[in-house]
Structures are given as structure tokens and as C-alpha cells.
Write a protein that binds this ligand. Structure first.
Ligand SMILES: Nc1nc2c(ncn2[C@@H]2O[C@H](COP(=O)(O)OP(=O)(O)OP(=O)(O)O)[C@@H](O)[C@H]2O)c(=O)[nH]1
Ligand SMILES: [Mg+2]
Length: 325
């Protein structure tokens, strides 16, 4: 029986669905001094969640776990060890879990929220590194980076290339960081208030960076260590990576529609033009129309036109929405 029912929104196949979720009742923390909470998104992590919760507790005032519809004992173990547990009735994804944790941290009056993974890949003993950097007061978000001097990981080279690629993609329009996919972060209350997350899945990590830059939030990185325990990237990891790339492209295209779709339009128009000139040249020399070349020219030009129109429509829509905001 849920003592504190709540509502959450998820996007599914383009539609917004409203779901009932269950928040566990917790007493808001006192307002003496900065209140620090470790917030842990967790999905079927019964093997590791206990260790992460207990070790995190040493460094923060409160541990909050989002049990993302786990079908194992993740939530029960976390609650049994004294963590507050926000439960999703069904699996909603990493981003949805982060969103619930942001909401819960704000509801609790948390000043600093540290997020870390439940699978034990982040070392809770490194929480103070992030908190101390945030305490310097000149930044709003601190990211734990495995690629800075002093940090490290046993990440496989395939995964490393993937993370670097995503980081590079996100830095175009986002802040310059070395590890855009790190889930080990610290957020100030200002950052928690300013960021509204919409990504349900793993794209949330980069969505936060892009939105943080837009909101004028300042970001710093500190070195951390990440342990994969010899696990290499599997099919699920690849799908996760593609999901993140898709989410970055979506955010970039909405932010700069003319630049994004204009570039694609120019590319296809150029191909159309090149093949068109080639077809004309052949017609002039040989007196016959090579239909394959002509068709490539026409279809490329049509695709270019579609991209151009999409850019114009999206640009107009975004401008109107921005004016109204
Ligand atoms: N994959 C996944 N993780 C979730 C979900 N909801 C919450 N999480 C938690 O989000 C954190 C990060 O997920 P991971 O799957 O470990 O992501 P990752 O570290 O980038 O990739 P791995 O190499 O698979 O560990 C973990 O603590 C998960 O338990 C979900 O729906 N899917
Ligand atoms: Mg992990």
C-alpha cells in the first residue's frame, strides 16, 4: 500500500503518459548548515546497492535511492539500511530516475545533491572531492571525470572511444568537459532548481550539460575513479550509446534548427547539384539522359528541400515559443 502516491510523466513513442508513482514519506531535513544528500538511481542492483548506500552514508546527511521499478530486492535493501526510497512502479529509465531524485532533493530542502551509480562503479569515498569543489562556491555543478589527471578507470578501449565521441558531440553547444557521460556529479540547489529534465533514458547526462550551459550554470570537473571490473561494452551498452547520440542530436537540432537542418540541406543540395551537372554534361556529350544519375540528383534535391523546410518550420516554432517564454 503506498502511503504517499504521486504522479510522474513519461514520454513513450512520442506520447506523454501519466503514471502513478509511490514516494516514501521522509522527514524534511533541518536547515542548519548545507544539507548534503547522495541520490542514487538504481535498477535491479540488489548485489551492489547495500555497499553503495552504507559507504555513501559516511559522507552525506541523507541517502535517497530511486528504485526504478526493480524486480529484485534493491528497494528493500536500501530502505532497510536507512536510505529514503523513491519507488517507480515500473521501470522508467535513468533520466526519469534522476528527475524523481531532483524533485525529491528539492522537496527535502537539500543544498547539495550528489548523484552516483548503484552498481558500485563509483567509489562513495570520493564523494568529498565533489562536495569540496562545489563548496568553493564558484560553480553550480561538479562532474566526476575518469579522464582527468588523478582519476582513472579500467574502461575498455571500445567504450572509451564511445564516451569520447559522445563528449565531443555534447561539447558542441554544451560546456567543455572531459567526461560528458559521468553519472557521478554534485549539484547545487540553484542547479537543481534551474534544470528541468525531459530525457527518460541515458541521454539525461548530456541533456543536463546542454541545459546547464543554456541556463548559465557554471561547471567544474574533478578526477574520479570508475571500476568496470573487466566488463566490456555489450549490446545493451551499444544501444545506450546510440540512445545518447540520438538525444544529443535532438537537443542540438531544436536549439539551432537552421544551423542543423541548414547544414543537412546544403549537403543534399550539393549532392543534387553535382549529380544534376553530371547528368547534363552526359546529355550534352552523349545526347542521352542517364536516368540513374538524374534520379539521384532529383531525390537528393528533394531531401535537401525537406531538410530546409524542416529547419525553417522548427526555427519559426522555436522563435515563437522563446518569445512567449
Ligand atoms: N540501465 C539502466 N540503469 C538504470 C535505469 N534506471 C536506473 N538506472 C541506474 O542508473 C545507473 C547507471 O546505469 P548503468 O546501466 O550502470 O549505466 P553505465 O554505467 O553507463 O553502463 P554500464 O557499463 O552498463 O554500467 C545505475 O545505478 C543503474 O542502476 C534503467 O532503466 N536502465
Ligand atoms: Mg554502471
Amino acid at each position: 500500500m503506498c502511503s504517499m502516491p504521486g504522479k510522474a510523466q513519461i514520454r513513450e513513442k512520442g506520447f506523454v503518459r501519466r503514471l502513478e508513482v509511490c514516494f516514501r514519506e521522509v522527514t524534511p531535513l533541518s536547515d542548519n548548515g548545507p544539507v548534503i544528500a547522495a541520490c542514487i538511481p538504481a535498477y535491479n542492483e540488489e548485489r551492489s546497492i547495500g555497499g553503495v548506500v552504507v559507504r555513501a552514508m559516511k559522507h552525506v546527511d541523507r541517502v535517497v535511492v530511486c528504485d526504478d521499478g526493480s524486480v529484485d530486492l534493491t528497494g528493500a535493501i536500501a530502505a532497510g539500511l536507512g536510505a529514503s526510497v523513491v519507488r517507480h512502479d515500473r521501470n522508467m529509465g535513468y533520466g526519469a530516475s534522476l528527475r524523481s531524485l531532483f524533485d525529491e532533493a528539492l522537496r527535502l530542502g537539500v543544498d547539495v545533491m550528489v548523484t552516483l551509480d548503484a552498481d558500485g562503479q563509483h567509489d562513495p569515498e570520493e564523494i568529498p572531492r565533489l562536495i569540496d569543489r562545489l563548496a568553493a562556491g564558484d560553480v553550480d555543478i561538479v562532474i566526476g571525470s575518469r579522464f582527468l589527471d588523478g582519476g582513472g578507470s579500467d574502461v575498455s578501449s571500445v567504450r572509451k572511444v564511445g564516451i569520447k565521441f559522445i563528449t565531443e558531440l555534447a561539447s558542441n553547444g554544451g560546456p567543455q568537459v572531459t567526461d560528458a557521460q559521468s553519472g557521478f556529479r554534485a549539484y547545487s540547489r540553484k542547479a537543481l532548481r534551474s534544470l528541468i529534465l525531459t530525457e527518460q533514458g541515458m541521454g539525461a547526462s548530456t541533456e543536463i550539460l546542454l541545459k546547464a550551459k543554456k541556463a548559465g550554470l557554471r561547471i567544474a570537473e574533478v578526477p574520479i575513479n570508475v571500476t568496470y571490473g573487466g566488463r566490456d561494452m555489450d549490446a545493451a551498452g551499444l544501444i545506450q550509446g546510440l540512445d545518447v547520440v540520438g538525444s544529443i542530436i535532438k537537443h542540438q537540432s531544436i536549439r539551432h534548427p537552421m544551423r542543423f537542418y541548414g547544414l543537412l540541406a546544403a549537403l543534399f543540395f550539393s549532392v543534387g547539384l553535382a549529380f544534376g551537372l553530371w547528368a547534363l554534361d552526359l546529355y550534352r556529350v552523349e545526347g542521352r539522359l542517364v536516368t540513374n544519375i538524374a534520379l539521384i540528383s532529383i531525390s537528393s534535391s528533394i531531401i535537401g528541400l525537406i531538410f530546409f523546410m524542416t529547419g525553417v518550420i522548427l526555427y519559426t516554432l522555436v522563435s515563437v515559443l522563446r518569445e512567449r517564454a
